[in-house]
Design a binder for this molecule. Structure first.
Ligand code: F3S
Length: 412
């Protein structure tokens, strides 16, 4: 492959994989069971990125490992109806067509682990580029993946292998920080605030949560439904990856490697971190305390699970929303929720169950959005940074109240 026997597209891919392996001193390559490709939105790719993908596809590159796509900058079927411009839609569609030409499956979601066909299993090697999903795979499932970049993930899919370094090696999975929490962590928003505080203190280290299991119900038998525990861990991982550069954490007595290996997983020189309240996290995320009029309430970062959609449908049954609500999710989860009747309930209330995108990768300002509210830790920071919107942050009930009334209430 490296010498070009399988064509220039495969050669380019193998050059990327081998170069990374050399930089990080990998002993060999390891076959990957699944690849998740990020950097799909035209908002991030730009024209140069689209041209690069077209070129790679034209060189005959095709994926050998199953590969799925992160969210794009718009919902693929309803972009016109939702107000996206053709100038944005045209290159966005072109980019996705290039991926599809290479054999990538356009799931358009950051939660491949919520899809029965792609959910990873323990000890599988993966090449995932979505940072929130990387944390889930390594921590909740006990699979092995580095934080790939967009091109390196695609390269791994094309050659079917990745270089064996970093989190693919057990010796690199030991905890660097012991985190002790002495305050309640009850809601998804609490887990988001916690993710900020721990992420900032741990950086690219590996936290060992000594007592977080007390705030986590058991994971559901079918983890692709999310469940209370899954929804909290999804938010925690996304925030740890966004505010630090965490790719793996352990929860004592709870996550698979921690259950099996116990405190042998903690490095002897691990630092101690104590969290006794979440005020710092809330202070940063609920950044615009003077904003009460909300243009867009958004739930689903990472993409909403079935259990979140069920909860929202129950809350919105019989309501009429005063402001725009996006529940962002993957097409696969939306179809499962529609079978249960939950999508219809949310739509009847005036909300939108938006697939393929999210309020960070979509150009929301061009849709007239200036103020947002969310319960998702990663969204609370990324949307203001990427789109210049103002943000309110709080638990899901508070967000849904804002969608129903059109106003964020400070006095709750
Ligand atoms: Fe997913 Fe968008 Fe959040 S890609 S993790 S919903 S920022």
């Amino acid at each position: 492959m490296l010498e070009g026997a399988e064509g220039p597209g495969v050669q380019r891919a193998m050059e990327i994989v081998v170069t990374l392996g050399r930089i990080y001193g990998a002993p060999d390559l390891v076959p990957v069971a699944h690849v998740q490709i990020a950097g799909v939105s035209y908002k991030n790719l730009g024209d140069a990125g689209v041209a690069f993908l077209n070129e790679w596809a034209a060189e005959g590159a095709r994926v050998r490992a199953p590969a799925t796509l992160n969210p794009a900058g718009m919902e693929l079927d309803r972009w016109q109806e939702m107000g996206f411009s053709p100038d944005f839609a045209r290159p966005q569609i072109e980019a996705i067509q290039a991926f599809v030409q290479m054999g990538v499956i356009p799931t358009m979601s950051c939660t491949p682990y919520l899809f029965p066909d792609y959910a990873p299993v323990r000890a599988e090697h993966l090449a995932w580029a979505e940072s929130s999903a990387v944390v889930w795979a390594n921590s909740v499932v006990g699979a092995y993946t580095n934080r790939e970049g967009g091109p390196s993930a695609l390269a791994a899919a094309i050659v079917g292998r990745t270089a064996r370094y970093g989190y693919h090696l057990p010796e690199n999975r030991l905890a660097t920080h012991v985190v002790e929490i002495s305050c309640p962590v009850r809601t998804i928003a609490d887990f988001g605030a916690l993710s900020y505080m721990v992420g900032k203190r741990v950086g690219d280290g590996i936290p060992w949560f000594a007592d977080l299991a007390a705030w986590l119900p058991a994971l559901p038998a079918d983890i692709t439904r999310g469940g209370e525990a899954g929804d909290r861990l999804k938010t925690l991982g996304a925030g740890l990856a966004a505010y630090g550069a965490v790719a793996l954490y352990h929860v004592a007595g709870y996550t698979p490697e921690a259950r099996d290996q116990g405190e042998a997983l903690i490095r002897p020189d691990a630092h101690r971190v104590v969290i006794d309240n979440l005020a710092e996290g809330y202070g940063v995320m609920d950044a615009d305390a003077d904003v009460n009029e909300i243009d867009l309430v958004t739930i689903g970062c990472p993409h909403a699970s079935l259990s979140e959609l069920h909860y929202i449908a129950r809350r919105l049954q019989g309501e009429k929303l005063a402001t725009r609500l996006w529940v962002t999710t993957g097409q696969i989860t939306r179809a499962r929720a529609a079978q249960e009747g939950w999508v219809q309930i949310i739509e009847e209330a005036g909300g939108e169950v938006v697939a393929d995108t999210c309020a960070v990768v979509a150009p929301v300002r061009s849709l007239g959005v200036r103020t947002m509210a969310t319960n998702a830790g990663k969204m609370a920071n990324y949307a203001p940074m990427h789109s210049g919107v103002k943000m309110r942050y709080g638990d899901i009930d508070r967000c849904l109240d804002a969608a129903i009334t059109g106003r964020w209430k400070n006095d709750q």
